[in-house]
Each structure stands twice: as structure tokens, then as C-alpha cells.
Write a protein that binds this ligand. Sequence first.
Ligand code: NDP
Length: 524
Amino acid sequence: MTIQSEKGTSLSSEVNIDPSASNGKVGNTKIDNKIDKEILLEFGGPVGVTAMMVFFPFLMYYFWVCLEFHEGKLLVPAAFTYEAFKDVFYDEFWVRITTDAFPTVYAAQIYLGSTLLSAILAYVMPGPIIQGLPVPSLNGETASIVDRVWLGWLSSRRYACMTATNEIANYGNAIGVAFVWNLSGHSYLCNGLYSWYATLALSAILHYTGLFLLTDIIDNFGPIMSVAIIFGVVTTLLTYIITVATGAQHRMSGYLMYDIFMGAPLNPRIGRLDLKIWAEIRVPWVILFYVSLSAALKQYEVHGYVSAPTAFMVMAHFLYVNACMKGEECIPTTWDIFYEKWGFMLIFWNFAGVPFTYCHATLYLAKWDQIHGSPLTFSLPYIIFVYTLCLVGYYVWDTANSQKNRFRMQLAGTYIPRNTFPQLPWGTIKEPTYVRTEHGNLLLTSGWWGIARKIHYTGDLAMAISWGLIAGFESLIPYFYFVFFLVVLTHRVTRDMERCAKKYGKDWETYCERVPWIFVPGVY
Ligand code: NDP
């Protein structure tokens, strides 16, 4: 088979891509070093990020009060007077938060217990080990700050025994158990799928034996959210302090609030637990799924059936969490892991923001049921439309991510075929076309990547809007996720395009000419 590049050169390969196509230059170049060290003040700089750190928790409580006590209507002061503001923000919000969302011991047990369980599973479950991208400014290594503090004495042995450690890990996985404490700098143990299956099995046992009823999650939503908010803030501060105290900070701006928001460490680890990946995929999406499952079980308990909209939220959240786990080996090469640091932005959003704001439609549906005595539902054609939109969005998102990540992993020689469920048609491009860059990386131009440059974002956004549409149009709050996500992804596109333009220069222009559309061909 011959793979034809956009510049007219060609190469041979049996089935997929020959790593030599990138001339062995993937990774750590001078330009990578320059970009990685560059300090940019994003999000309005120190003032903007300080406002966000105050505003986000407030916003979460605001939406919760509106959904829980006002049928999803947006509460605003009746007039621009002190009394009117006090009525809303003190008499209503403050009192509700301090009574109905007060962080109880039981809520802490649920949140911290499940978070601890997920960390333990991430440590002990088997799975393949893959190499992440070498980090340019650390000479191809990743930082391991927490490791250095808590397991300092182990570290020296770890670096000395790096190769041996990996071999042991591979051996451990081959027989189904991973024995090692540490992995080398940018190795990742991808045991998300087995951890996810174990979590599902364990939660089913706990629920059916009555040891822990999953319906308690939705019944204790406010207090659990408060625990998550506190946990997110405390973890942010502790991570910052430990990192700076051990001198392991990276790409610092010198503005305290900005550095707390963006983070100090790049890839903090406790032993072999990569905190950033764990917090990004093992915690938020799993909690989100359980919030929806809890609401569905509650509905079943009351009515003896689950409505189509509530079942939709369970399906939608299942698909998302399952995709993160089944394709975990693709995550280490994503922007968040390779470039972003671990600060308030990622920590708070993963521990509190994602699970407790992306579930607004679920909360709205649950509350509707409680108030009206029967579940909200819609006409069959509307239900079919929303299910279809979500499933089509999922297909595009899943296969587009998989096409690019597998292409890149094959080039880097790190590709491992996996049969994790579900493997969708067109997840791997057999005869890819690409733009070869002087940098050494190849930019894929076939499959979904020949249609639009960020088509995986389009699929993700289609899913996001379907999560709102399933709750109808009486409340705007279920659409918060879509609007917020649209802003996040649009901003991300700008940042990413600027970075790629610097990194690839003229080759990026060639690529953009070849694939002119960003989200939807013919539209944008
Ligand atoms: P991308 O997957 O778009 O990764 C961007 C990088 O991919 C670029 O910097 C470039 O890296 C490389 N790249 C770009 N174009 C090509 C190409 N044609 N061929 C090969 N490589 C290319 O970004 P993200 O990491 O932001 O997103 C990953 C997924 O996560 C998305 O599906 C997104 O929707 C999802 N996501 C979900 C969020 C949520 O809250 N639900 C939040 C954020 C993301 P290089 O420098 O190596 O060339």
C-alpha cells in the first residue's frame, strides 16, 4: 500500500503508517521548546482569572438554587435596590446554601469515598502502558512533584531503575496485575476501562444489597456539590503550595492569582498515579454518569418506569464516560495533558464544575417529576430527533478523535490496537493523506480531518446541545453546558490555531488551504 502525502512524496506501509514518515522528528524540537516556555496571559490576565475563580462557585450555587427551588427559572432582583438584592442573594441564596447545600458528613463520605476509590482503582487495576509526549522544556521528561515530596526516597531508585520498572509493569499487565509503584516520566498506565467496569459492578452490588443506595446521590446533590467545591479549592491551593515549595513549578507568569488559576505543576504524580489524567477522566465523567443514573433509579422507584428523557441522560453520560475510558490511551497526547498545567482551571473544573453543572438537564427533569408528580416527556418525533442528534454527534466525535490519535500514535510507534467497546466503523484511516511539515509532524488531511479542522468539536457540541434539548424550552439552565462549552471550544480553537501557526509556519498555511473549514464545511 502506498500512502501519498500532500507534498507529493510517498512511502510504503503494510497496513497503516510507517513511523519513519515523520523522519523520526516527532516531539522535542527547538520550536516546541520555545512554545512550551512562552508565557501568555490568557482569560483577561490576573484580574480576569481572579473574577472567574470567585464567579464559578457562585454560578454553580446560583443554578442549583434556580433548579432546585424555582423550577429552573432564572432568579433576578426585582429592582436595582439594596433590599431587592438582599431578598435574592441573602434571604434566598445564602439561606438555601447554608441549609440545603451544607456539606454534611454523609455527603463527604459519598464524594471523598468515591474519589478515593477511583484513585485506588487507577493505582491497582491492569491496563496497557503507553508513552506520552516528551515534554520539551523538561528535556523530554515530565515533572513528578508530589512524588518528590511524598515518595522522595523512592524517586532516586525510580530514575535509576526506569527501564526495569517498565518491563515489570508490562509483565504485570500481561498476567493481569500491574505490580509497579512508579512509571517512568511520561508513561501512562491506561487502566480506565477495567476501573470503570469494576466501578459499575461494585456500585450495582452496593445498591442491590442496600449497603449504599445510588438514589442517595440525587437526594444529597446540594451537600455533595458543596463538598466537591471545597475539595476543588483545597486541592488547587495544596498543589500550588507543594509545587512552589519543592521548586518544581513550570512556565510561571509571576502573577500569584494567575499562576494559581493556570497551575504550577505540569504533570504531578503520586507514585504512578498521574493526577492530571486521573482528575480529567476518572472523576468528573463518572460522577456525572452516577448523578443521571441516580435520578433514573429514583424515577423507577417512584413510577415503576424510566421516562425517555431521563433514560436519554443516562445514555448520553454513559457514552461520554465510556468513551473516555475505552480510548484512554489517546488522552496523554491531548492539549490538556501535554501543555496545560494543573491549576484551578483544570482541578476545580474537573472535581466540581463538570460533574455538577453538566448535569443540569438531569436535575431539571428530576425536579419536574417531583413537582408535577409525573415525568416530563415530549412527542415521539422530538424524542427520536434528540436521540439521533446525540448519537450522530457521538459517532463523529468518537471516530474523529480516534482517527487523529491513532494516526499520530502509529507515527510515534506507540499505537496499540484495542478492542474496547464500542469500536466504531471508520475509527482508523487505512490510507491516510497528510501534510508533511518541516517540524517533522504530519498533519492528517483525510477522514473527518479532510472535512473540517475541528470536526470533533462539532460532534461534541452536537451532543452538548442535545443534552439541553431533552429538557425542553421552559428553562434556559439546561443549555448552560452548551453555551459555556461553545465559548470554551471557540477560545481553545483560537489558542490552538495560534500555537500551530507558530509551530508549523508555512506548512500550517498549506494545511489550512487544504482543509479550509473549522467546524462545519460551508458554514464556518
Ligand atoms: P485537539 O484534539 O483538537 O488537539 C489539538 C492538537 O492536535 C493540535 O495542537 C495539534 O497538535 C494536533 N492536530 C491538529 N490538527 C491536526 C491534524 N490535522 N493532524 C494531526 N494532528 C493535528 O484538541 P483537544 O485536546 O482540545 O480536544 C480533544 C477532545 O477533547 C475533543 O474531542 C474535545 O471536544 C474534547 N474536550 C472536551 C471537553 C469537555 O469539557 N467536554 C473539554 C475540552 C476538550 P500538534 O502540536 O501535536 O501538531
